[in-house]
Design a protein around this ligand. Structure first.
Ligand code: C2E
Ligand code: CA
Ligand code: CA
Length: 556
């Protein structure tokens, strides 16, 4: 090709390049006049990668030499498709060699502009150098969470729809324990590369925390991404080899479609993590898309959850606690209450916890809300104890709260700040806490129980490993779920089960609380069993603090 470019084309190229640069947002910019295969690149790219000059003939070939040999073929294919006019843009990730002899992971986005006849005329775009911005995970070489959030935010700002997958490995700890950390690292590196190969040039890969990676794509649908995930999953189950060892990796994946740009990046991330956890806990790794998992699976739901989440840093606006009486099974006198959270807003009315807790509990802000719940419940209990001196308050915990290393300190600190007697506080946890490290949990139990706090195992019988949890952790109270007593007036099996449950509780030296006592008939039967306390609509539904105070004053 003739190595000259007419002055008027050079003029257009420079003008276009300048306008591109204005909106480049810290990226390198490139623009190619395809009639002459003549390009201009940002100075910063020239310096970082040691390119011959900002102006280059056949820049594609020059650039290709800087690309990592493993990524070259995909790059070459994409560029060829653009120059032949088959594709009108590219959006891909590759590693490029810099002047320090290291590879920087780059995300390159370019578009093709055609002339009036439809022939390719200009190819221009931007290259983001993740290595330069130190948004790189040093172990795998992929952009890390910072890179992920940066790209996600720029898509949100630009109103650009994007589909995101979060993929990770189950029970990775076993691999580390069995083979050592170095081997574990090799597994993660290989896993990252494998995801990268499956994503092809249609998505960008990010290394998130632990074993989780994300893929962001503008071009693939969630269905296409799920299909690729299923293929990847099969591969990891029977053909995954590292250093000559055959491994079986079990994967999980959550998906999210970003097309609502009023959300912030953190909310998107929480939705994605939620779908991922659903895949892990309930679907044995089947792909889970965020919307399908919600009881009211509409878009309004995500906006509502976004608002609920945003209320946490806004002074917990809209959150409030309701209190349901706990009564002595024999005297039926109020001896305590369980605090139950609600969220109110003018647009959504009162929202019940089942609609937001499982979503919020995976959010990084949940521990703050947990502290607020504990403090608010204790302050209310202090008020109530002026009328009922022996009053106990029960507070629900999410297993994710127990995961925080400072959880026990937080509880003890709240007790200190409120000067509340710890023997009158019960913490309720469900058997889902079995997902946590048992040694860690035991430590928390020992520290808090030594301080006088009681623990209740909530929703006993609904999970599949309630007995296992009871064996490991010293619970003071077992709360029998209402699903076991609903038909106790007519159903012999429920009566037998109640017999078994109360026996089991006495084996473990725990008291029994029965939830969901709705009728006098149920109460009459339940009073034959060694049950300490009742809770249920027969006595009262949960009430706000004003109604609760009126209620107990009436009872006195
Ligand atoms: P849970 O801890 O099992 O709470 C008991 C639930 O049963 C409450 O629902 C209560 O209103 C309901 N209930 C009580 N008595 C009866 C009855 O006689 N009949 C019927 N049908 N239902 C009865 P609620 O308030 O909707 O709470 C649902 C769940 O949300 C709670 O189940 C708990 O798992 C969670 N939750 C509530 N507050 C909190 C909180 O502050 N933190 C955490 N982590 N979870 C919470
Ligand atoms: Ca509870
Ligand atoms: Ca319960």
């Amino acid at each position: 090709m003739d190595k000259t470019i007419p002055a008027h084309r050079q003029y257009i190229l420079d003008n276009l390049f300048e306008s591109f640069s204005i909106v480049s947002d810290g990226n390198y910019v490139f623009l190619c006049d395809m009639y002459y295969d003549y390009s201009r690149w940002s100075e910063a790219a020239v310096t970082n990668f040691g390119l011959p000059s900002p102006y280059m003939f056949q820049a594609g070939t020059i650039w290709e030499e800087h690309i990592h040999p493993d990524d070259r073929a995909a790059y070459h294919k994409s560029i060829e498709a653009i120059f032949s006019g088959k594709e009108s843009g590219h959006d891909m990730q590759y590693r490029a060699l810099n002047t320090n002899g290291q590879y920087d992971v780059c995300t390159c986005r370019g578009i093709l502009m055609r002339d009036k006849e439809g022939n390719p005329e200009y190819f221009g775009g931007a290259i983001r150098n993740h290595g330069q911005q130190s948004h790189i995970d040093s172990m795998t070489g992929f952009p890390n969470q910072y890179g992920f959030f940066e790209d996600l935010n720029s898509n949100i700002r630009a109103g650009k729809p994007v589909n995101i997958a979060m993929v990770g490995i189950s029970a990775f700890r076993e691999i580390n324990e069995l083979y050592g950390y170095l081997f574990g690292n090799s597994v993660l590196q290989k896993f990252g590369r494998t995801i990268f190969d499956y994503a092809g040039n249609r998505g960008c890969v990010y290394r998130m925390d632990g074993t989780r990676f994300c893929v962001m794509s503008h071009t693939e649908t969630i269905e296409e991404m799920s299909e690729k995930y299923n293929a990847l999953r099969d591969f990891c189950r029977d053909r995954f080899k590292v250093d000559g060892s055959d491994l079986i990796l079990d994967l999980n994946a959550g998906f999210f479609s970003l097309d609502n740009f009023s959300l912030d990046a953190r909310t998107v991330y929480t939705c994605l993590s939620f779908a991922y956890s659903e895949s892990k806990m309930r679907r044995q790794g089947d792909p889970v898309r965020f919307f399908e998992e919600l009881s009211r699976g509409d878009r309004g739901q995500v906006e509502m959850l976004h608002l609920i989440r945003e209320s946490i840093p806004r002074n917990y606006r809209g959150f409030c606690l309701f209190y349901q009486p706990v009564v002595d099974a024999m005297s039926e006198k109020v001896i305590g209450a369980e605090a139950l959270i609600r969220w109110n807003s003018p647009a959504y009315g009162t929202v019940m916890p089942d609609n937001f807790i499982s979503f919020l509990e995976r959010d990084s802000m949940f521990p703050e809300l947990g502290r607020w719940i504990l403090t608010t419940a204790i302050e209310a209990s202090k008020e109530i104890r002026k009328t009922i001196p022996d009053f106990h308050i029960s507070v629900n915990l999410s297993y994710t709260q127990l995961q925080k290393p400072d959880f026990a300190d937080m509880v003890l600190d709240v007790l200190r700040v409120t000067s509340y007697p710890s023997e009158y506080l019960t913490l309720e946890v469900t058997e889902r806490c079995r997902l946590l490290d048992m040694d860690l949990l035991e430590n928390i139990f020992i520290r808090l129980k030594t301080a006088g706090i009681k623990f209740a195992l909530d929703d006993f019988g609904t999970g599949f490993s309630s007995i296992g949890v009871l064996k490991k952790l010293p619970f003071d109270i077992i709360k029998i779920d209402r699903s076991f007593v609903q038909k106790i007036e007519h159903d012999d099996t429920e009566r037998k089960l109640m017999h078994e449950f109360t026996n089991l509780a006495s084996t473990f030296n725990a008291e029994v609380c029965v939830e969901g006592v709705e009728t006098a008939g149920m109460r009459d039967i339940l009073q034959y069993y060694p049950v300490s306390t009742f809770q249920g609509y027969l006595y009262s539904k949960p009430m706000d603090i004003e109604h609760f105070m009126d209620y107990i004053k009436e009872q006195q």
